[in-house]
Structure formats: structure tokens, C-alpha cells
Ligand binder design. Structure first.
Ligand SMILES: *[C@@H]1O[C@H](CO)[C@@H](O)[C@H](O)[C@H]1NC(C)=O
Ligand SMILES: *[C@@H]1O[C@H](CO)[C@@H](O)[C@H](O)[C@H]1NC(C)=O
Ligand SMILES: *[C@@H]1O[C@H](CO)[C@@H](O)[C@H](O)[C@H]1NC(C)=O
Ligand SMILES: *[C@@H]1O[C@H](CO)[C@@H](O)[C@H](O)[C@H]1NC(C)=O
Length: 635
């Protein structure tokens, strides 16, 4: 480390002789301003979303709850306008290359959020649905501190705010009813069950059960605490959730919008386009997305048919699904066969080959954990690949590999581990999730970056020759076509008036999933307009950037470095990622030019024999060093 830094110092001198530009790296005042703004945003997020702060283990706001009042919306808007004003006062020409990239990411983040205010009184009016955990996000209860009486006082202060928060949410929903901007019935029909008293109240008892804490608090005091918790739950929390449930059942559900799609709302098509823009970072019309979806389906279906021919099957993918159901080995696996199987795929098949296309491998390994719920087949969180083991006999084994690549390595686990390993500003490390109902008036979460990467990771399996037989390759295309189908169905529903049934029938043609699962899928698209497009569109964008880099750089292109650049700075908007990759392409070209002129200098100085042999060694080693930096060792 030290010796290479030393080399750079000498090299700076030589490079300037050879008119090779040297990169200035010192922090300056403008950069300080940028860092302060990044920090200010993170603080702002913690303060505005105090439950999220608790969840992160930051306990400065443990006594507060997120506000759903109109004043809170106004305050956030004013604060972000002031932040944007400060951002614009930074003199970009004084920033280093790295800082300029961070500036762009920050600007885009703030601008995206502020643009969302044009859609105030749309999604934000409907904070409750079966997917976002707005009212029932109680994970903070398990991460709050309970060490002494003061901590319990803080807990009481927070839960005393619940009735007010529920009132604010009801107020928003009443406005939605008045403005005819409610959700569709499928988004809320499961709510009464979800809001059943036993399930919403139970977590609030948790702090009463901490016997270890009880020992450090006086016996009488502990008794009082337990009594007060029960009292608050029965006199405040319970009536409040009952009221919410009744409101949903008696007022909101009868007033839900009759059509599934956003097109049916006032200015609904523009609203849908704003949702798409929020997810993508760039503009695409519903028609463009729809057409892209159709052409992707055609392309992937052709590949599926090629694979089917290899095993001598003539028919549609749908018929092949049925055929596979009756073949031995693809269904009817047990839970432990699944869990062991996934573990095995990661350990024996995927991990050993990743070094071929990545220069860094996460140290923290991903573990495979079984869960049982109505959620998707697989998901990822906190170093865990969560495998849905409900109905194991209905899950296919030929789709296990693409699911692993997507959720674990080199998909989500890789991407999240990368952002943890590299220093990036806090506001880009921790994202407030669970607010898709409010899009485009929501802080960016960059689902398109995340899901685009994970979907691209499924494709990488092909480059790594991981799909070992026609059936597994078919499984890969099953995954891919499922994402392409969403590009048709999402605009279908929200822009072109497709009813729910039509969307379900369309999907059933291209998937092995049972109808019940597809229904939940479609209800999700209805509830989160645009979100479903992020997978395929993100993947297409990343592939497009890669092709661009390959074409521009030719033999200088290095796949490890490309992946490093995509992952290195964490989540961002894909239009900014495009900028990041273009700048990287230019810097590689620039370095190649520098290396060439330095090599020329070496031969010039050699001929003159005017230089001590010491200097020649320095220059030669410098050239080697630059070459190493360029990583001229493609796969
Ligand atoms: C930004 O910095 C450059 C370089 O010092 C200077 O020429 C320019 O006037 C500055 N711009 C503003 C708006 O201050
Ligand atoms: C809402 O819809 C109803 C019935 O279609 C209509 O009578 C009413 O004027 C609408 N209200 C608004 C604010 O658009
Ligand atoms: C899977 O199990 C079901 C029910 O137990 C059975 O009907 C079916 O034939 C089995 N399929 C295979 C391929 O073994
Ligand atoms: C399902 O696929 C078949 C053949 O691939 C096609 O003819 C039919 O129109 C499709 N159905 C729907 C609802 O798209």
C-alpha cells in the first residue's frame, strides 16, 4: 500500500513532464459542502422516519412516529427545496471526479423526490394496502432499547402517538374518497384480515416479556410498567386499530375505484408515466414499454422452443410446463431437499466461478433460510436468501439456479455486500422501504437498479456456463419471460384498460405458477404501478451499458472492472449509472493514452542516455503499474 502511494507521488512529477494530467485528490471547500448536504439528508430521513431510525439501531428519535399530516408533507417539501438550493450553489468545476459523481447522485435523488410533489394527493392519500406495511410495520419494536425505566418511558411516548398516526391516515383516505382517487379493491380487500386485533396488537406486548430487563428494574416499578403497557394497548392502541379496520370495511372499501388501472383516474395517464419515471430515472412511454415487452416475449419464447426441441418436445411452453409436471425429478421435492439444494448450488456451483467475472467477492456468506408465506418464491434480506417453502410439492427444481443467481450470488447478496464494503454516503446505504403506495412522491429506493442487477445476474449464469442441461436453461428462460410479461401487463392494466382477468390469463400462458400465485402477482401490479417493470428494464439497461463499454473500449474492456463500476457506488438512478459508466469508459481511454505517452517517454529518455538508471527503473515500474491499473487481463 505505502510503496504504491510513494510510487504515485514520483509518478505525478513524471506524468506532468509528459503532459499526462494528474488527478487532484485533495478535499476542498466545495466538497465539504457536498458532504455536509449528504449528511443533512441522512439526518432528515432519520428524523422524518423515526421508526426506520430505530430499525437501523439509531436511537435519537425513539419516542417519535412518522407523521402523515399535511404539515409534514409541506415541511418535507420546504426542507428539500432548501437542500436543492444548497446543492445548486456548489461549484461543480471545483469538485474532484469522485465528488462530482456523488454530486450527480445526490442531485438526482433530491430532484426525484421534489418532482413527486407534483403528484401530491394521489398515491400518498392511500397509505394502506396488502403489500406496504404502513400501519403494521412493527419491526422497530424489536430493535428499540429496553435497558431501564427511561427506555420504557421513551417506548410509552412513542406508542401514545399511535392513535394520532392512525387518525392522520384515515384523514388522507377520506380525502382520497372525496377526490375519487382511491385504490382498487384488490389492494385493500385483504386488509380487514391483516388488521385483525390479535395480529396488530401482539407485538406491542413484547417489551413486557423481557424478564432479563425486569431483574434490573425495581419490582414495583416493573409491575407498573407491565400494567401501563397493557393499559395503553387496551385503552388506546386496540380501539384505534379497531376504528381503522371499521373505516376500511365500511367507508373505504365501498369507495374503492371501479377500474384497476391508473388511467381511470383524473390525469391518470400522466400520473402513471410519472410513476414509471420514478422507477426508471429516464422517460419511457407505456406504449414503448409494452412493445418492448412483446418483442422480448417473442425472443425468449423462441429460445424456449429451441431448448424444447433439444429434448424432442414439440408444442407451446405452456404444454411443456404440463409435460414437466409429470416427469420425475422436477417436482415433489421435500423442504429439506430444497434447502440443501439451494445451499449446494451456492457453495458448489456458483461461488467457485465468480472470480472469473468479479474482482471482489463478499466475505460474508449468504445463508439459505426457509420461510412459509404468500410472498414470492424467494427473497433476500440481511445476508439471508429466504426460500419460500410453502407448498414445496408445487415448486420446480429446474428454476432453482436462476432464483439463486437472482437472490443470492451474484444477485442481491453481492450487490448489497458491495455497497457495505465500499464507503458510500449513509443516505445511499440505508433506504426507507415500504412506501411504494406513495410513488412518485417518495424518496427514491432505486428498485430498477437492484432488480435490474439481480435479473442481469440470472443472465450471467449463462456466460458462466452454469445452466448445465436443457431443463435448467428452460428454467432460466421461465424466469426471464416472466419478467418480460410484466412489461406488457403493467402498462396493459394502467394505461390500456386491461381488467384483472385479462392480465391473469396473459401471464398464465407463460408461467408454471398456479393461478392463485398469478392472482397475487397481478394484484401487486395493480397496487404498485410501474414497480413490476423495474426488473426487465433494469436488466436491459445494464446490458446496454455493457455493450456500449465493450464497443468503445475494445480490447481494453475488462468484465471484472465493468461489474465493479456498476456495483461500487451502490444503488442509484439508472440515468446516473449511465453517466458513471460513460465517465469510466472515458477514463480508461484516457489512461491508455497516458500509458502510451509514458511508454514513448521511456524510449525517448533511453535514447538520450541522459538519465540515471534509477530513473529508468522508476519509469518502467510506473508503466507496469499503470498497466496493472488498467487490468489488461480480460477473461
Ligand atoms: C467556479 O469555479 C471556477 C474555477 O475556480 C471559477 O472560474 C468560476 O467562476 C466559479 N463559478 C462560480 C459560479 O462561482
Ligand atoms: C367523483 O365521482 C363521482 C361519480 O363518478 C362524481 O359524481 C364526482 O363529481 C366525482 N368527484 C370529483 C371530485 O371528481
Ligand atoms: C407428485 O405428487 C402428486 C401427489 O402426491 C402425484 O399426484 C404426482 O403424480 C407426483 N408427481 C410426480 C412427477 O411424481
Ligand atoms: C396463449 O398462447 C397461445 C399460443 O402461444 C396464443 O395463441 C394465445 O393467444 C395466448 N393467450 C393469451 C391470453 O395471450
Amino acid at each position: 500500500m505505502n510503496s504504491s502511494a510513494g510510487l504515485w507521488r514520483i509518478s505525478g512529477f513524471i506524468l506532468s513532464i509528459n503532459t499526462c494530467a494528474a488527478q487532484r485528490n485533495g478535499k476542498n471547500e466545495e466538497e465539504e459542502k457536498l458532504r455536509r448536504l449528504e449528511e443533512r439528508i441522512f439526518r432528515h430521513i432519520l428524523k422524518e422516519y423515526p421508526e426506520f431510525a430505530t430499525h437501523l439501531g439509531i436511537h435519537d428519535y425513539d419516542d417519535e412516529l412518522e407523521s402523515f399530516s399535511l404539515e409534514a408533507f409541506e415541511r418535507r417539501k420546504t426542507d428539500y427545496e432548501s437542500i436543492l438550493h444548497e446543492i445548486k450553489r456548489i461549484n461543480i468545476s471545483l469538485l474532484s471526479t469522485d465528488a462530482r459523481r456523488d454530486y450527480k447522485i445526490l442531485y438526482s435523488y433530491v430532484k426525484t423526490y421534489l418532482d413527486g410533489f407534483a403528484w401530491m394527493n394521489y398515491g400518498d392519500l392511500n397509505p394502506l394496502n396488502f403489500l406496504d406495511k404502513t400501519s403494521r410495520d412493527q419491526t422497530w419494536i424489536y430493535t428499540a432499547k429496553y435497558r431501564n425505566e427511561e427506555d420504557y418511558e421513551i417506548y410509552f411516548k412513542r406508542i401514545a402517538g399511535i392513535p394520532k398516526k392512525v387518525e392522520q391516515q384515515i384523514e388522507l383516505m377520506k380525502t382520497a374518497i372525496r377526490l375519487n382517487r382511491t385504490s382498487h379493491i384488490v389492494s385493500v380487500s385483504r386488509l380487514p384480515e391483516v388488521l385483525s386485533p390479535s395480529s396488530v396488537q401482539a407485538p406491542y406486548y413484547y417489551p413486557m416479556s423481557l424478564e432479563g430487563v425486569a431483574k434490573s428494574i425495581h419490582r414495583d416499578k416493573w409491575k407498573e410498567i407491565r400494567y401501563r403497557i397493557q393499559d395503553v394497548i387496551s385503552k388506546q392502541i386496540s380501539p384505534s386499530f379497531k376504528k381503522l379496520k371499521r373505516f376500511i370495511e365500511e367507508e373505504y372499501i365501498p369507495a374503492t375505484r371501479p377500474k384497476e388501472g391508473l388511467y381511470s383516474l383524473e390525469n391518470g395517464l400522466n400520473y402513471y408515466e410519472a410513476c414509471l419515471k420514478w422507477y426508471l430515472g429516464y422517460h419511457m412511454t407505456p406504449t414503448e414499454i409494452y412493445n418492448l415487452g412483446i418483442s422480448e416475449i417473442r425472443r425468449i419464447e423462441k429460445l424456449m422452443k429451441q431448448v424444447m426441441l433439444k429434448v424432442n418436445f414439440h408444442g407451446t411452453p405452456k404444454q411443456f410446463f404440463r409435460h414437466l409436471k409429470n416427469m420425475p425429478g422436477f417436482y415433489n421435492s421435500t423442504v429439506s431437499e430444497f434447502l440443501d439444494g439451494y445451499h449446494d448450488i451456492i457453495k458448489r456451483r456458483v461461488n467457485p466461478v465468480l472470480f472469473k467475472i468479479f474482482k471482489e467477492i463478499p466475505l460474508k456468506e449468504v445463508s439459505v433460510v426457509g420461510v412459509s408465506n404468500d410472498a414470492p418464491w424467494g427473497s433476500y434480506g440481511k445476508n439471508k436468501f429466504l426460500v419460500n417453502i410453502k407448498w414445496p410439492e408445487e415448486r420446480s427444481t429446474f428454476t432453482m439456479l436462476p432464483l439463486t443467481l437472482h437472490e443470492a450470488n451474484p444477485g442481491h447478496h453481492f450487490q448489497v455486500s458491495y455497497s457495505k464494503a465500499h464507503s458510500i454516503p449513509s443516505y445511499r446505504r440505508h433506504f426507507v422501504s415500504g412506501k411504494y403506495y406513495s410513488v412518485p412522491l417518495a424518496l427514491p429506493t432505486y428498485a430498477t437498479y437492484m432488480e435490474g442487477w439481480a435479473t442481469y445476474a440470472e443472465y450471467l449464469g449463462e456466460e458462466l456456463n452454469l445452466y448445465k442441461d436443457p431443463y435448467e436453461l428452460f428454467g432460466r428462460y421461465c424466469h426471464e419471460i416472466f419478467r418480460a410479461v410484466r412489461l406488457v401487463v403493467d402498462p396493459g392494466i394502467h394505461a390500456f384498460g386491461w381488467p384483472r382477468e385479462r392480465a391473469i390469463d396473459f401471464i398464465l400462458n407463460y408461467t408454471e405458477f398456479p393461478r392463485s400465485q398469478v392472482e397475487i402477482e397481478v394484484d401487486r401490479y395493480i397496487t404498485w404501478p410501474g414497480q413490476a417493470c423495474s426488473y426487465k428494464l433494469g436488466e436491459i439497461k445494464i446490458k446496454e451499458l455493457r455493450r456500449k463499454a465493450e464497443t468503445e473500449l475494445g480490447s481494453l474492456f475488462n468484465i471484472k472492472e465493468f461489474h465493479h463500476q456498476v456495483l461500487r457506488y451502490g444503488r442509484m438512478s439508472l440515468d446516473v449509472l449511465e453517466d458513471v459508466i460513460y465517465e469510466w469508459i472515458n477514463s480508461v481511454k484516457q489512461m491508455a493514452d497516458d500509458a502510451r505517452s509514458c511508454a514513448a517517454a521511456v524510449s525517448y529518455l533511453n535514447n538520450r542516455r541522459a538519465l540515471s538508471s534509477f530513473m529508468i527503473i522508476v519509469i518502467v515500474s510506473l508503466a507496469t503499474h499503470i498497466k496493472k491499473l488498467l487490468l489488461l487481463n480480460p477473461l
